[in-house]
Design a protein around this ligand. Structure first.
Ligand code: HXC
Length: 267
């Protein structure tokens, strides 16, 4: 991003943005100290930015990236500590995720470093992923006594198949960039310092295509899996909320914040 000081949407701090004369809007997650954890404010800013971009004919393609060592470490665990199932039901973040899901222009993810939990779920909302060799993809929610809650169980399974998805979701094992390319999670792997440039070059190609055709092409490709997705997303959301009533979730989150190993009891 050449000039992150000219924001596309005023007032954002968690998302840096720049729209250029190639019709490409570049967005960067910007909470490096918290490893780009997706706090509510960040998701709100992202949803608002994409909402504006949806209506703006000067935006034809978007590149979303994070930091050099972390794309995003997932949901902000400190925000989850006191949440109940009812809080999850009323959580405004569901609306922010919906705005990201319904963004109708091509969205390219440029991923370096850790891409975990909600961070991986955000990456999977992108239409094409370019990854640096240092990228690591994971759904470690089970270590916190919960499960993915923004489509991870569904999109990951669709993209890499049941067995590999189960290994990531049940054992919290990470997947390397190379394996992610083989499995179909990412389109291309490159040197980490080239990740954004590769994604941007691809965005420029896409932005040079007829925008209405690009929009309908995206919607059509997504239809290949959308029908199955809706039911799975609704089930996952309920299961995710239910887990906020368990002692194991309280223990998992407390252990993370206290930097110790959790002791799970199945309650
Ligand atoms: C809040 C986080 C965080 C997170 C890191 N931090 N991840 N804060 N939420 N998800 C904070 C740490 O507490 C620490 O704060 C600072 O960022 C640096 O973290 P370190 O662990 O010291 O950094 P590092 O050694 O570089 O390790 C990076 C990491 C690790 C591998 C990404 O931080 C990590 O494993 N994070 C948690 C990943 C995770 O469990 N994600 C799933 C979240 S649940 P201090 O104050 O000590 O400096 C989820 C559910 C999605 O995503 C549901 C969607 C609806």
């Amino acid at each position: 991003m050449a000039n992150p000081h000219a924001p596309y949407l005023d007032g954002c701090t968690d998302i840096l943005s720049e729209l250029d004369d190639k019709y490409v809007l570049s967005l960067r997650l910007n909470r490096p100290k918290a490893r780009n954890a997706l706090r509510t404010q960040l998701l709100h800013e992202l949803a608002q930015t994409l909402g504006k971009a949806n209506r703006d004919e000067h935006v034809r393609c978007v590149v979303l990236t994070g930091g050099e060592k972390v794309f995003a470490a997932g949901a902000d665990i400190t925000e989850m500590a006191d949440k109940t199932p009812v809080d999850v039901l009323n959580d405004p973040r569901a609306d922010h995720w919906a705005a990201i899901r319904t963004f109708n222009k091509p969205l390219i993810g440029a991923v370096n470093g850790f891409c975990l939990g909600g961070g991986n779920e955000l990456a999977m909302h992108c239409d094409i992923l370019i990854a640096g060799k240092n990228a690591q993809f994971g759904q470690p929610e089970i270590n916190l006594g919960i499960i993915p809650g923004a489509g991870g169980t569904q999109r990951l399974t669709q993209m890499i198949g049941k067995s590999k998805a189960m290994r990531m979701v049940l054992a919290a094992q990470f997947m390397s960039a190379e394996d992610a390319e083989k499995a179909g999670l990412v389109a291309e792997v490159c040197e980490p310092e080239l990740t954004y440039d590769k994604a941007y070059a691809l965005a420029c190609v896409i932005a040079s295509k007829p925008p209405v055709a690009a929009r309908l092409a995206k919607e059509s490709v997504l239809k290949a899996s959308d029908a199955l997705l809706a039911e799975g997303l609704a089930f996952e959301r309920k299961a995710f909320g239910t887990l906020f009533a368990t002692e194991d979730k309280a223990e998992g989150v407390a252990a993370f914040m206290e930097k110790r190993k959790p002791v799970f009891k199945g309650r």
